[in-house]
Design a protein around this ligand. Sequence first.
Ligand code: FAD
Length: 230
Amino acid sequence: MADGPENPDNPTGAPRTAAPSVRVRVRRKPDRGRYEREVIDAILDAGLVAHVGYVVDGQPYVIPTLYWRDGDHVYWHGSAASRMIRTIASGAPVCLTVSHLDSIILARSGFNSSADYRSVVVIGVAEVVPDDGKAAALDGFLDYLAPGRSADVRPMTEKELKQTAVVRLSLDEASAKVRDAGLGDDPGDETWPVWAGTLPVRLTIGEPVPAPDLAAGIALPENVRSLSRR
Ligand SMILES: Cc1cc2nc3c(=O)[nH]c(=O)nc-3n(C[C@H](O)[C@H](O)[C@H](O)COP(=O)(O)OP(=O)(O)OC[C@H]3O[C@@H](n4cnc5c(N)ncnc54)[C@H](O)[C@@H]3O)c2cc1C
């Protein structure tokens, strides 16, 4: 849903510190809900894998997929023949989520054992990127994986392009939720004789492993080397 007079939840189009719609208003622990685009963008841009949910014949399916963000949309791609793409292309409502586990919280009680996290939920109807925008969108995917990569790889063939579909979902109706509270034991529990604390969790990219048939003289490019330092 767009900002502005047509959106009763945000008639002035002001920067979003409130939910852009009732559907994405965080109700459970609302203090953890965030709606500013910079917060949503930062969570999306820190990830690679999203889960896309949709319903077929009353049965929900939630499918993991690589994604990327470009401006006001989150994009993903797949075989034009896949059920996910065909369902989305038919105009079915979708829900895309991205989550990062930041810390495992080992409290002194089971009740207060938890996690710190950042996550985004985006809902709406996705659109298929038209043929004349598909190649540029797929370049965006490669450059998301490794900046500048699209300029280095073999160009796509017409057949490959035809087999691939790209869909995009507007970020108009999105929420973020962030827990960064750390350990939260109840008063009195600190005397319980069990270890308590937090276990930080990080997703890291390891050292690059060259293709076994890599031609001699092809050095590891800086745009790939820098990824493993993230
Ligand atoms: C890594 C991770 C682990 C979690 N583990 C647990 C757990 O073990 N138990 C548990 O109860 N909860 C957990 N959560 C929180 C969980 O995602 C939900 O927020 C919570 O369960 C409340 O769900 P609800 O449907 O009642 O939310 P509601 O507040 O009713 O949801 C209303 C709207 O708020 C938004 N929203 C809700 N949750 C999120 C979210 N996580 N990110 C972005 N937007 C959101 C959506 O737009 C949704 O439509 C975890 C979250 C993450 C990211």
